[in-house]
Design a protein around this ligand. Sequence first.
Ligand SMILES: Cc1cc2nc3c(=O)[nH]c(=O)nc-3n(C[C@H](O)[C@H](O)[C@H](O)COP(=O)(O)O)c2cc1C
Length: 394
Amino acid sequence: MSSTGWFETVAEAQRRAEKRLPRSVYKALLAGSERGLTYEDNIAAFSELGFAPHVAGGPAERSLATSVMGVDLALPVIISPTGVQAVHPEGEVAVARAAAARGTAIGLSSFGSSSIEDVVAANPNTFFQIYWSGGRDTIEQRFERARAAGAKGVIATLDWTFSHGRDWGSPTIPEALTPRAMMSFAPEVIRKPRWLLDFVRSGALPDLTTPNMGAPGQKGPTFFGAYGEWMTTPPPSWEDIAWMREAWGGPFMLKGICRVDDARRAVDAGVTAISVSTHGGNNLDGIPGAIRMLPGIAEAVGDEVEVVFDSGIRRGGDVVKALALGARAVMIGRAYLWGLAANGQAGVENVLDILSGGISSALLGLGKASVHDLTPDDVLVPEGFTRTLGAVPA
Ligand SMILES: Cc1cc2nc3c(=O)[nH]c(=O)nc-3n(C[C@H](O)[C@H](O)[C@H](O)COP(=O)(O)O)c2cc1C
């Protein structure tokens, strides 16, 4: 490892994260579900796409700047919300600072371990992510708090099936870090002294509560307390989604769209943006890799809403492929989590630098001056690659 902790690819950040993190924490980040079909296809599908390069006649400078939900971004990459605890003592605040340092926005998970107030203080370009949990009154309260904190938009995530089995094994997550729970984790933690040392130096143990899920004026519930509320809330209707959008009253993204008919309903509900996403393969196993579903959805609603993409992004070239196939920007999950685990805030900045360097190289190879100039012509899409789900016949 270099003395600064710098790494050259996201794959290397993942290797370092695996070395540094206790097994259970690493597995919580790896996540996935069931057989891992969707998790694997999210990444593998990008390898099936090629580029159609030019060798001369390109511009001298390249622009990566864009905007999503009214927020200006220096690069078309946003931090996707991840409800992961115990990766690093500074958690989402370190991620928010890194995103601010590189000119981009962060989505803060409602299951995150940092408060919305602390995250907005670290990066004013924060979107608050919310699940349909607890019903309208509770959601209204959470919106009020996010609004007061200064969140620039809301990301409503709906794609979750509460499946918890994985063929490669699930992490053990304690309800709270009681002395007894700590004893049971001692064998895996003792082998990862640098992870432990980071927490010891920060003066706090991993916090397994969800500060953004608490009632006004109260401490947040434990992760499992919050999960229980969510599990027992009946799923929302499309009217509920239209209500949510109205109740928030500002920029609003619906995350987890896989089908053209759902994308259309999202447009009808008045959303600002959708994210074509498989929740990184953590949701229903067997959904096609997300990039396969992007072209059909972008073609159907790309002129009516901002189409964002996530699931499987590991390099700048992946970002360019998604943009060429109709996304305005992408969101990243594991890529920055590996960076955070490997080297804290600097590790997340490192990941964003890897992606912006890769985007710039791909633009150079394709002879494009700006991310806005990318079109499907820049990408070689093999026959049978795309999967258009729920297309409404003309
Ligand atoms: C460990 C983990 C936790 C996640 N938690 C949340 C969450 O709380 N809310 C949410 O909207 N998405 C969550 N996601 C999904 C991400 O926002 C994003 O959709 C996904 O990670 C993108 O795929 P990628 O990891 O391949 O980039 C989580 C993903 C991971 C890997």
